[in-house]
Design a protein around this ligand. Sequence first.
Ligand code: SF4
Ligand code: SF4
Length: 358
Amino acid sequence: MAEETRVALASAKTRLRRRLRFLSTRARELKMIGKALVSTKHPILVHIIPMRQCNLACTYCNEFDDFSKPVPLEEMEKRLDILADMGTSIITISGGEPLMHPDLDEVIRRIRRRGMIAGLITNGFYLNRDRIERLNEAGLEHLQISIDNVTPDEVSKKSLKTLDGRLAMLSQYAVFQVNINSVLGSGVKDPDDALKIAHRAVELGFTSTVGIIHDNNGQLKPLGPHEQEIFEEVMALGKRSFSRFNEFQHNVARGKEHNWRCRSGSRYLYICEDGLVHWCSQQRGYPGIPLPQYTPEMRQREYSTKKFCAPRCTVSCVQQVGMLDNWRDPQNLNPMPMTPPATPQAELVQIGQVRGDS
Ligand code: SF4
Ligand code: SF4
């Protein structure tokens, strides 16, 4: 039923374009894995923020404001060129709400023109047929929407009810891959919502993943028995996603500490709207170096730096990147201040509860 529904909705031309883009992206992903296994000198995945402002105000979120301006296109292009020159494989555009950026299509084009894989995390509220077609034309390869509940509540408006029409449009017109992320954990009123969301995602032909809400320090908190069952069921449904290989997520669900090597600051970078490099969205403030001054030596140092927050970390994308290097190069350095000339040293800020990107 799943694929048939999607096939019935999409035209033959869209289906063909979707298939071709999927094959081309999958080939480039395999190349990305090969390159990552051969060399540890380049970033594999970078999250970049072109827009901190968001049209929504989910009460758990501390990754948005309601006033900041878009980063100018020229500045975004400079940052993307630096990342391409570093050898970065994948750029995921995040926010705030990146669809509010007036030049988002040009940002995506620049990523593709520089040979990197282009992904986007959005709340989906600005999607319509025209916007989807423009993302197709720009060369987008992955899009993720997080849906928090079946019906909107005081915590979040990102609901199946409010977004379902836009999901159907994606199913009909998008030639890029779509992943729907649902959530489990404290603050989620009805854990069964995650399952309903995942089933709808699969019915529309998308992949589905599930994120787990962490505590106020971005660290793990075990799920209850019923939530764990739902978690395993959603993970089984998301069988086309790479995340199924990730034992880390299962440990997070059980509240177990995980033994891995976080390579943030090196193989994974988080570039905020001010162009500073951070470990990740949960550990903003360190290293806090402007991207143009972030040297290969600094990246190499972070590669070998043990992250105190790793055993109880819930950031699944950084863990997936870590899988490519977990088998080699133990980490034996501690974080140290890395202050570029004439720039005040940024303080390490451990930020609070975040339910997942957008
Ligand atoms: S261990 Fe997790 S929270 Fe800590 S820096 Fe790495 S990704 Fe961020
Ligand atoms: S979770 Fe996403 S949609 Fe909600 S306020 Fe934060 S950035 Fe906006």
